[in-house]
Ligand binder design. Structure first.
Ligand SMILES: *[C@@H]1O[C@H](CO)[C@@H](O)[C@H](O)[C@H]1NC(C)=O
Ligand SMILES: *[C@@H]1O[C@H](CO)[C@@H](O)[C@H](O)[C@H]1NC(C)=O
Ligand SMILES: *[C@@H]1O[C@H](CO)[C@@H](O)[C@H](O)[C@H]1NC(C)=O
Ligand SMILES: *[C@@H]1O[C@H](CO)[C@@H](O)[C@H](O)[C@H]1NC(C)=O
Ligand SMILES: *[C@@H]1O[C@H](CO)[C@@H](O)[C@H](O)[C@H]1NC(C)=O
Length: 412
């Protein structure tokens, strides 16, 4: 089933001409200049009227840029639904994107009925082999309660043609040009998702992640959670503290240095801090190279140093670290059984990850149990018996079994 949709069809340029008049002077095509001049002359002649007219236009621009109009589906005033959202595609470079995403309204009441949404951000190398499982998951949810963003490597050849028009993933790719480090891609995903003012929680997922509960359960848990979920731990030895560079001083002191899984979940206030960070990110880009992996240290270190009180310090995405080496275990088709999946959903026990090599007690030996006491951990979620909402790493061939067991075990 070859999909022949062109790049243009999946990613229509979001900006109507009128928007570019206000917003895109730098990249302004010459032929539009005449139109612009005529428009301006008309404005001058209109006297007082022009002020009102322009303010209307910029109002429209705000709406389309931040896709407030999308929330019309969730019951917002129809007056606000001036333009339909055109999806997450845009022509902004990272600098402009981060700047827009860093904006925070000073008026805390929204002029429309804001239904908080969860942004599911997929960071992938190429395709999304478990997409059919996620389709099933999202179909069980309310489309006014989530948004999807996909960032794949710029080199991925099928990026514009791998989802059919009726897929929840269709047209949800964001531009991936610019710096290609993991951290740059994560910040880019966050920034794109922040442009939608309705997004309240931001979850980073990979192509090998699966949901462990149905949409309703996951949505409720995240929306009622009072803390972000960025894993933060202090690890002794060369793959933990050993990756710290003294050149990071005085901004990052050795006591700030932390490690954690890159698969985070965070609330809006922390997401805004991450995209507006101009202190830690450049330092990591410059000094966390070679055998230092920014995606394992940047967020844990920054959050620990500056926003520790906002964080639960644990990840919501389960992985098994019992195998020796830098990567957690992968799960193949025969591994996926009803018992295995039920075990991952069992919140009755302490939330543990086996094999995490955490500093302190053992001082660097592999195979240390790493537990979080969720009931006593101040997680703030409504269903505190839930340890993990997602799990990885599932191989593409496990899909058939996941699809078979999902309705019975995960209830979607
Ligand atoms: C791209 O799509 C073609 C046709 O569906 C497929 O044969 C090929 O494996 C895909 N390439 C990647 C990298 O997914
Ligand atoms: C979702 O799962 C929960 C248990 O986690 C269950 O109680 C609920 O009925 C399910 N909701 C739907 C819509 O299937
Ligand atoms: C990392 O960056 C530092 C400072 O720019 C440089 O001196 C060092 O050679 C780099 N290391 C690697 C392995 O690239
Ligand atoms: C998480 O760690 C920070 C320090 O980085 C600490 O201030 C905070 O209390 C911890 N959060 C929980 C829920 O234990
Ligand atoms: C977990 O937290 C609860 C509540 O703070 C506490 O009573 C219990 O002893 C803790 N369990 C462990 C194993 O730390």
């Amino acid at each position: 089933m070859k999909n022949t949709k062109s790049h243009k069809t999946e990613h229509p340029p979001p900006a109507p001409v009128i928007l570019r008049l206000i917003n895109g002077q730098r990249k302004f095509p010459l032929h539009n200049f005449i139109f612009s001049a005529a428009f301006f002359a008309f404005g001058l002649l209109s006297g007082l009227g022009v002020g009102l007219y322009l303010s209307n236009i910029s109002f429209t621009f705000q709406l389309s840029q931040f896709s407030i109009s999308k929330s019309a589906a969730a019951g917002a005033s129809p007056v606000l639904a001036v333009q339909q959202s055109t999806g997450p595609w845009h022509e902004m470079d990272d600098g402009e994107l981060m700047w827009r995403a860093s904006m925070v309204p000073r008026v805390s009441e929204f002029p429309f009925r804001r239904v908080p949404k969860v942004a599911f951000m997929f960071l992938t190398v190429g395709p999304l082999p478990l997409a059919p499982l996620w389709e099933l998951f999202f179909r069980g949810g309310d489309e006014g309660l989530y948004t999807i963003y996909i960032h794949s490597l710029p080199s991925y050849v099928n990026a514009t043609s791998d989802f059919a028009a009726d897929s929840v993933f269709y047209g949800r790719r964001i531009p991936s040009k610019g710096k290609s480090t993991m951290v740059a891609a994560e910040r880019r995903l966050l920034a794109n998702a922040l442009l939608d003012f309705s997004n309240e929680r931001f979850i980073l997922l990979s192509e090998s992640c699966i949901p462990l509960y149905n949409f309703t359960t996951i949505y409720t848990h995240l929306i009622t959670s009072t803390k972000s979920h960025v894993e933060v731990f202090d690890q002794l030895g060369p793959v933990g503290r050993g990756r710290y560079s003294p050149a990071m001083q005085p901004t990052i002191k050795p006591a700030h240095w932390r490690k954690g899984s890159q698969w985070f979940e965070m609330d809006r206030r922390l997401a805004v801090q991450v995209v507006s960070d101009r202190t830690y990110f450049p330092l990591f880009e410059r000094l966390c190279n070679g055998s230092c992996y920014g995606d394992e240290h940047y967020l844990p270190t920054m959050v620990n140093a500056r926003f520790g009180g906002w964080n639960s310090n644990r990840t919501l995405t389960w992985a098994e670290w019992s195998v020796r080496g830098p990567h957690p275990r992968s799960f193949w088709r025969p591994d996926v059984t009803v018992g295995f999946l039920e075990g991952l959903r069992d919140g009755g026990r302490m939330c543990g990850e086996y094999g995490r090599n955490v500093g302190g007690a053992a001082g660097g030996g592999i195979g240390v149990h790493y537990y979080h006491n969720v009931t006593g951990g101040g997680d703030g979620g409504s269903s505190s018996s839930v340890c993990f909402l997602f799990a990885r790493k599932f191989r593409p061939h496990s899909l058939s079994r996941l699809l078979r067991f999902a309705p019975g075990v995960m209830q979607f």
